[in-house]
Design a protein around this ligand. Sequence first.
Ligand SMILES: Cc1cc2nc3c(=O)[nH]c(=O)nc-3n(C[C@H](O)[C@H](O)[C@H](O)COP(=O)(O)OP(=O)(O)OC[C@H]3O[C@@H](n4cnc5c(N)ncnc54)[C@H](O)[C@@H]3O)c2cc1C
Length: 398
Amino acid sequence: MKKKIAIVGGGTSALVLSLLLDSNKYEIDIYEKNKKLGRKFLVAGDGGFNLTHASNIDEMIQKFSPTFFLEQSLQNFTNEDFRLFLRDIGIPTYIGSSKRVFPEKGIKPIQVLNSFLTAIQKKGVIFQTEKEWKGWKNGKLIFGIQETEVEADFIVFALGGASWPITGSTGSWISFFAQQEIPTKPFVASNCGFTTNWSKEYKQIWQGTALKNIALFTDSSYQKGELVITAKGIEGNAIYALSGEMQRQLKVNGSASVHLDMKPNVNVEKIEEKLLQSKQKNTSNILRIDLKIPELLVSLLKESLSKEDFLNHTILAQSIKGLNISIIESSPIQEAISSIGGVSLNAVDKNFEIRSLPNHFCIGEMLDWDAPTGGYLIQGCASMGAWLAKYFNQLNER
Ligand SMILES: Cc1cc2nc3c(=O)[nH]c(=O)nc-3n(C[C@H](O)[C@H](O)[C@H](O)COP(=O)(O)OP(=O)(O)OC[C@H]3O[C@@H](n4cnc5c(N)ncnc54)[C@H](O)[C@@H]3O)c2cc1C
């Protein structure tokens, strides 16, 4: 007789897991609280669907934090494996700018999701939709207000994190885990925007403007990318990549600080030389014309420096290469692309089995790991799903 696997939560990691499980060996049900599976997957598709990233896998692994946690899963099911897997279910991909991997042009996010769902249904996996998991009763999983009991040989939780709760990933399941004394950590926004201490006027004038080819750095990180000015401060891939570090600083110090390099490809000496040798009489014009610094950064330098410092070529050159940005708080978790926190990593073993609850597993964003946007999050979830599928498929009859 086939063993039963109940997958609770029908997002990215559940989709990959169910597609790779051996349906000759297992009867598979996915329990999802929404009417449809994969709503966050669909939302992710709205703003440029980065399914994975095309960097070398060893480089890719370094982007995950902590690195060790996902290493075996990523080595086992790499970004190249994921692209082949996607192609096999009818989703050809291409490598775009900054090595991000997208579905081929013309393929809409809903088509990507439908390709997954069609392939999964073909395997005979049952979609149990509108079934909200409500915890355990007498050792059994219960669903919905009727508290319907579900039993299975193996339970896989793939409940997601706590960002964008409108998609169903509310993180409210954390209390059920805490009741079972499974170690958890509070959710915190990641890949999110931040409020800066810039003036209201500055934010009002420049909100919505994108800054390309800049870099942000701290004592321990350096991130090239893009920033967008918002009504509150900043967002964009450069700050998203540093959001874990910003959150740590905010927690410890109540504020955070990051430096903006406006000219990542020019060194400070060259900038100072240009400032000194310019024929322009006005410093703002030197910045605009000779150094090609966009107006919003000229304004930011003026807003951030005293008049004396702005006119001092050494200080101005140093500021162009590392203007301090003071951060007051992060955007709310509801607006973040992902979250950290959830089930503590030491609560699970190398196969993601909950140490204190045999035959129960956790995969995906519900575990306390972090990665930047740009395809790493979906790849991480997919690789965890693939690892667990391999584990189950190789499992001897017990
Ligand atoms: C706006 C946005 C853009 C993004 N863009 C990208 C991108 O381009 N590239 C990238 O790599 N990543 C992106 N991400 C992140 C990526 O979508 C997630 O990291 C990934 O989907 C997480 O997968 P998961 O399987 O862990 O959980 P999810 O996909 O969040 O799925 C969890 C599922 O569990 C269900 N669930 C929750 N609680 C219960 C319950 N009690 N009972 C039953 N079901 C429940 C939820 O309804 C949900 O369907 C983006 C995220 C957002 C919000």
